[in-house]
Design a protein around this ligand. Structure first.
Ligand SMILES: C[S@@+](CC[C@H](N)C(=O)[O-])C[C@H]1O[C@@H](n2cnc3c(N)ncnc32)[C@H](O)[C@@H]1O
Length: 372
């Protein structure tokens, strides 16, 4: 297995899909308020930090209930909110959202606001400075691009058992690294909430898991291999490429903490669950299913915004003579994908691929005696 640095370094336009994950976030509001109250008394200047914040709207929905709960407890305490993401994030949009009319600052009053560009696999804030850390829909990105012989797979869940287990260890180590950096930053008694796409355990399924899935994930492998058959992509590049994404099961997440001596001592698992969404709740575009063309276009646009940079940088550039050719390959891939999804929807009740979301949520509390 070969791994390369920087998975999602370039700008990603998540604003194209403002509702992505918003509903999952709103379902956690009660939990965030409760954790806000639990962490409030540990400090005179409570700080909430959202990692992988994206362009802002969903991050605001995470941070605002925490700040409101704190300010209701004691309006005099100085509060702060930190928004952290990769340098390529859409910082203009984040700034406009957080500091704009419906943002956090009103009539010059509000929390201190920080925006931090960096990699959340590194420590990003001062040790012991954060009361509540959050990461929604972000930690499924592994730390590095992955290259390994994977002839029929683009996604971790499609791997044969031996490769699956090897990459599973990488994913658990990456998750443990993410958590250990947050534990450095949290004050004793502070909490970390992680929520992202997960996988359900099922011994009868391939590799013992049923991952969160959507039509784009399901169809992209077939489309990619069709492009190999048509001579547009070199087989050896495609057969070595994997998306640097992993959906943890409950067991993976628990092992990542408890099998790591330092983390097992530094924090306690307060809550851990993988919940399954119904078919209707899993697909934000389901309302367009009776218009297959529109459905397929919207579906691919949303996922293209998330996946294209990785595909161009790590696969199409390797198969093309120039950046322009790589971009053409990308256009071709997403156009074929759109077509495949439209065809699948036209099959109606005989559709092969239906979205099914599984959300993993974990809350960790830093022990009074843990790290830093
Ligand atoms: C799907 S968006 C989620 C945005 C927002 N949290 C939400 O729930 O809508 C994932 C975000 O994670 C960020 N991200 C991925 N890997 C990261 C890393 N290693 N360090 C910092 N941010 C990262 C991406 O840049 C992106 O903004």
């Amino acid at each position: 297995m070969r791994i390369l640095a920087a998975t999602t370094g370039e700008q990603v336009d998540f604003n194209q899909e403002p509702t992505l994950g918003l509903r999952d976030i709103n379902e956690h509001t009660g939990m965030l308020e409760e954790l806000a109250l639990r962490t409030f008394n540990h400090t005179d200047a409570p700080k909430v930090a959202d990692f992988g914040c994206g362009p802002g709207q969903s991050s605001l929905n995470i941070v605002r209930p925490v700040l409101d709960a704190w300010s209701n407890e004691n309006p005099k305490k100085q509060l702060s909110a930190c928004f952290a993401d990769l340098p390529g994030n859409d910082w203009g949009s984040l700034r406009a959202t957080v500091l704009g009319k419906d943002g956090l600052i009103h009539e010059d009053r509000g929390p201190q606001v920080e925006m931090l560009a960096g990699n959340f696999y590194n420590q990003m804030l001062c040790s012991g400075s954060v009361a509540l850390a959050t990461a929604f829909n972000a930690t499924h990105w592994l730390r590095h691009q992955v290259f390994m012989p994977s002839p029929k797979a683009l996604w971790f869940s499609e791997l044969p058992s031996r490769q699956y287990q090897a990459l599973r260890q990488v994913a658990k180590d990456d998750f443990a690294l993410f958590v250990s950096k947050r534990m450095e930053e949290l004050m004793p008694g502070g909490c970390l909430v992680v929520s992202t796409m997960g996988a359900a355990q099922d011994t009868s399924a391939r590799n013992g898991i049923i991952p969160s899935k959507n039509a784009v994930i399901a169809m992209s492998t077939e489309v990619m291999h069709d492009m190999v058959s048509d001579g547009l992509l070199q087989q050896h590049h495609v057969e070595n490429f994997l998306f640097p994404i992993w959906f943890l099961t409950e067991e993976d997440a628990r092992d990542a903490i408890l099998q790591n001596e330092v983390l097992a001592e530094a924090c306690e698992i307060d809550h851990l669950a993988v919940t399954s969404r119904s078919r209707e709740e899993s697909d934000p575009k389901a309302y367009l299913l009776d218009q297959p063309e529109l459905y397929a276009r919207h579906k691919v646009e949303a996922d293209r915004a998330v996946l294209e940079n990785t595909l161009e940088a790590q696969l199409f550039n390797r198969c093309a003579a120039s950046a322009r050719d790589a971009h053409r390959l990308s256009d071709e891939f997403f156009s074929r994908l759109e077509d495949a999804i439209r065809q699948d929807v036209l099959a109606g009740p005989y559709r092969r691929h239906v979205d099914r979301k599984r959300i993993l949520t974990m809350v960790l509390r830093k022990r009074k005696s843990g790290l830093s």
